[in-house]
Write a protein of this length. Structure first.
Lengths: 401, 401
């Protein structure tokens, strides 16, 4: 149907309101997905739809078989980098989790997940027709997942269902507190029970070193746009040999009349996945990713410093595990909340004060709690953020120790 | 794990081997996905992962609720443009079909599909645990789907299963012959039986005018990177009011310990879908798309002209419905096949001869049959392609009428 011309005006000249050049972006989910210069160049080169399909091999026409550009090699290098046997790039980390859940289970089975898991983990279970049991965390203020309790949950399922859960999933680093979990503990439990272990590395793989085999993971899921300097949407599913046949099961369907078959296609992927721009950004950033994970310790030094500084402000308290093991941080800030109550802009004052100081990424409206991420910022930027918060505290007569 | 530096070299400076400036690309799946200038600009602006999430509304944190950039409005305009009630942008057209199949059926149900459907339609059924019945086509040389036979297939399922199929799907324009089907016929049948009708418009919506309501479609699926001048991966699912609750069912799962719930999230989408670059290209190209579908008739004039010219070459015969109703074309070329038998480069000679003449997109190795697409080419380019084929024919002593 016809769309009036004036309704189309707003799609012309679409601009992002904050540029990386002008603002320091501390958005909790955006730091790891800022493109490298190499990725930006590749994006322009491969922007067109199906741009990577120029040399799709006629016989095994599948994304992971393409050698120009070197997708086939990339999948191998990526698997190796993660300490796993096979990799497929899928459209989102959540799709990777859905694929794992779906291909490892029967409807109504149980999967066990940690209670800090992202909402999409719950949805992936729901779409697969599964039931979940959550592994508890320690609650305020650390919210630390009780990893040993995976055993209790497995036993609970065994008792209730007469069979083991189809899979157990641990969120390596969660999105709420940025808590890093000791995956080896869960890897050991999974091995003892012989249950597939899915480690969701959306916030870890791509920014810190990950070795799936060492951690005891059977499947690793990751997010390109979250942690690999790639455009959205890109997910990663890395698989160990033992689960390859299940997760990457080939198509068996055939046409009742035509007898058409598609035996080279991987069912859970619906064939090809990311056929263009975002995959290319993932590949173009890869050399930088390989380098940057080695600098993780320094990233931790920076966030620990910033937390210790911000906690000098009265009423500021970092939630989650202490000291920080990841750059994603959840701050409680009672004092700023008190300021907001009488401020004419209410909870928006903090966002606006920061924006005036060229800092963006904290959710507009929040003051009592807020999340931010410092990944990849320079020491200079870290200190600038500290100063900005001090400045705002002083402006509203909040004490600084 | 460590990746040796020399293995990383190949990811530096990734280049597409053929640029749109230098070559005429007649790749069967690529013509409709060439970015507009506006989309390329927007891509650079929104390349970073999660670039569209700067102003995610805290209360209903969902991609389709974002107003800066104007995603919420875009979904409304896009639905209207397709003559449907609701739209969601998903990661691929095949995901849209999977979502439709999955949410409309119980495992082991039947869906009915046309026998020219894309492989991913079969895989979407397989992943949903469904069985299929194919609607036959007329075979060589037209391969025209017998649309009235949807009735026979519905009756067959009814008899065999004691219940109706969960859905019927028609590929509006198929990828094999570029045949355009009269969707209204199937829409009428679907309505008579009260079965949801999915019209896969991967090759039609975005290049030609589509009005879902007029065609009797309950769901329309589309592909941004195939036909909307967008980067991959982007799919479209457009839904009529009557199926909204089923397809966009909200999450009902809750944590057994935490009682966490995610009632705003749409289960089949796993929450948010395309959180960046490709969605923005779809939006930025939209004003041009609205214009370009009005010029469809001229596109048909061009392909009909080219087909009539190429058929002057001995042994050239266009397969599929005559005269052409779509720019995707399947050519039989017996004479060139004969040339290839004695050519030192065998079947690759045609690809190489064309490439020398700055034409790419025909699958390397094919001569007996090949597919191409002229969508969006100028008359001048059409004539240039004709001349190139004539030139090659003459070189190998193939007669031209």
């Amino acid at each position: 149907m016809k769309i009036p011309k004036e309704r189309l005006e707003k799609y012309r000249n679409l601009k992002r309101e904050f540029s990386e050049e002008e603002y320091i972006n501390i958005h909790p989910i955006q730091r790891g997905g800022v493109l490298t210069e190499e990725a930006m160049k590749a994006l322009i080169e491969f922007g067109d739809g199906y741009s990577v399909c120029d040399f799709c091999p006629p016989k095994e026409a599948r994304l992971d078989m393409i050698t120009r550009p070197p997708i086939r090699d990339f999948y191998k290098d990526l698997a190796k980098f993660l300490g796993m046997d096979y990799v497929r790039v899928v459209t989102r980390c959540r799709e990777a989790i859905f694929i794992a859940f779906k291909m490892l289970s029967e409807p109504n089975d149980y999967v066990i997940i940690d209670s800090n898991a992202h909402y999409s983990t719950y949805l992936a279970a729901e779409l697969s027709g599964l039931r979940i049991k959550e592994v508890p965390n320690s609650g305020y203020p650390e919210f630390k997942v009780n990893l040993e309790a995976y055993i209790d949950k497995i036993e609970e399922v065994k008792k209730e269902k007469g069979k083991l859960p189809s899979a157990i999933l641990l969120t390596h680093v969660d999105y709420l507190y940025g808590n890093l979990n000791d995956a080896k503990i869960v890897g050991k439990i999974a091995k003892d029970y012989n249950i597939p272990f899915i480690l969701n590395c959306a916030y870890s793989a791509g920014v810190m070193p990950i070795n799936g085999k060492e951690l005891g993971a059977d499947i690793i899921t990751g997010s390109g746009h979250k942690s690999w300097a790639a455009s959205a949407p890109t997910g990663i599913i890395a698989i160990n040999e033992s689960l390859k046949e299940k997760i990457l099961a080939r198509s068996k369907i055939s046409g009742d009349i035509t007898k058409r078959e598609f035996k080279a296609k991987e069912v859970a992927l619906l064939g090809c996945t990311v056929m263009g721009a975002p995959l290319i950004t993932l590949m173009a950033s890869f050399p930088k990713i390989v380098e940057r994970v080695e600098k993780w310790e320094e990233e931790i030094n920076k966030i620990r410093y910033l937390v210790s500084e911000l906690e000098r402000i009265e009423g500021f308290k970092q939630l989650g595990i202490r000291p920080k093991l990841h750059t994603l941080t959840h701050m409680e800030s009672e004092s700023f909340y008190k300021v907001s109550i009488n401020h004419k802009r209410k909870g928006f004052f903090l966002y606006e004060e920061l924006k005036e100081r060229k800092i963006v990424g904290i959710q507009p409206g929040l003051t009592k709690h807020f999340k931010f991420n410092t990944y990849g910022l320079t020491w200079e930027q870290i200190k600038y953020i500290r100063d900005a918060f001090f400045d705002i505290a002083r402006k509203y007569n909040v004490n600084i120790k």
